[in-house]
Design a protein around this ligand. Structure first.
Ligand code: NAD
Length: 267
């Protein structure tokens, strides 16, 4: 018996990366998974992981989200779980402070989550049951690297959004929690590594992995296991909370002090 048997989960940004990992784990745990993504590869991914349905949709467009959610409810009767995972990350130079890139992060990473909650929460309230899992990041709420201002603002906003929903929807049996990942090896991270060092993105990736106490990137399925737990009945008493999953990457205080044999560790 799976912990998500009988549940219907709507996962955004599910065509690849973390969203694919989340959708795959939720399907393994018995959920009927509905995948939504801007990229038409969502249909191929849905076939691969045995999802119940897939929609090509832009989360920043409320009409499109509403259309997909209504169709999913018509076909599956309900949506129990919403995973707001779709997101974008682009570098912004502080010297430029591009308004366009600021707006892109806000539109997709914040308004996208808003739109999905607006479309799906009313059904959860009606049925007095729901699990909302929002993808934030350690970037913004905890730490930041250069060039991340648009992304960091959006991911910090998601923590506030998560708590506000948790407070307002608690009386309806709906929980809302945020996941704050460190580095997971996905197309987004590979793109950011190329933006950082176009000539040698692998150097950037190796450097990130070296800085993580567990010595590696996270696997998207490892975010999936956390999301599946937060979406299960076992997590009924958890709401408004933030869960860091980063292999310890936000632990180091200085990166220089201490008795670790750095040569031996290859750091
Ligand atoms: N990978 C990491 O290390 C990491 C760390 C912290 C947080 N996150 C967060 O996890 C989530 C997934 O990231 P990822 O690394 O898998 O990224 P990714 O770029 O590999 O995948 C993101 C997916 O979202 C989809 N998407 C983008 N804009 C969309 C839109 N407007 N409407 C619908 N779908 C859209 C893309 O098509 C893609 O399939 C994001 O919210 C990201 O901020 C990732």
């Amino acid at each position: 018996m799976g912990t998500l048997d009988g549940k219907t989960a709507f996962v955004t940004g599910a065509a690849m990366g973390n969203g694919e990992g989340i959708a795959a784990v939720m399907a393994e745990k018995g959920a009927s998974v509905i995948m939504a993504d801007l990229n038409d590869s969502v249909f191929e991914t849905a076939k691969k992981i045995g999802a119940a349905a897939a929609y090509q949709t832009d989360v920043s467009d409320f009409a499109k989200v509403k259309e997909a959610a209504c169709d999913a409810v018509r076909r599956f009767g309900k949506i129990d779980i919403l995973v707001n995972n779709a997101g974008v990350a682009r570098m912004i130079r502080v010297e430029d402070m591009s308004d366009e890139l600021r707006d892109l992060h806000w539109r997709v990473n914040v308004v996208g989550c808003w739109n999905c909650v607006k479309a799906i929460l009313p059904g959860m309230i009606e049925r007095r049951y729901g699990r909302i899992v929002n993808m934030s990041s350690v970037t913004g709420p905890r730490v930041v690297d250069p060039g991340m201002m648009g992304y960091a603002i959006s991911k910090a906003a998601i923590v506030g959004f998560t708590k506000a929903i948790a407070m307002d929807a608690a009386r309806y049996g709906v929980t809302s929690n945020a996941i704050l990942p460190g580095y997971f090896l996905t197309p987004m991270v590979m793109h950011s590594a190329s933006e950082t060092d176009p000539a040698n993105p692998q150097r950037v990736l190796d450097g990130i992995a070296r800085g993580v106490p567990l010595g590696r990137f996270g696997d998207p399925k490892e975010i999936g296991y956390l999301a599946a737990f937060l979406a299960s009945d076992e997590a009924a008493y958890i709401t408004g909370a933030e869960f860091v999953i980063d292999g310890g990457s936000t632990l180091p205080e200085t990166g220089a002090m201490g008795v670790l044999d750095r040569k031996q560790e290859g750091r």
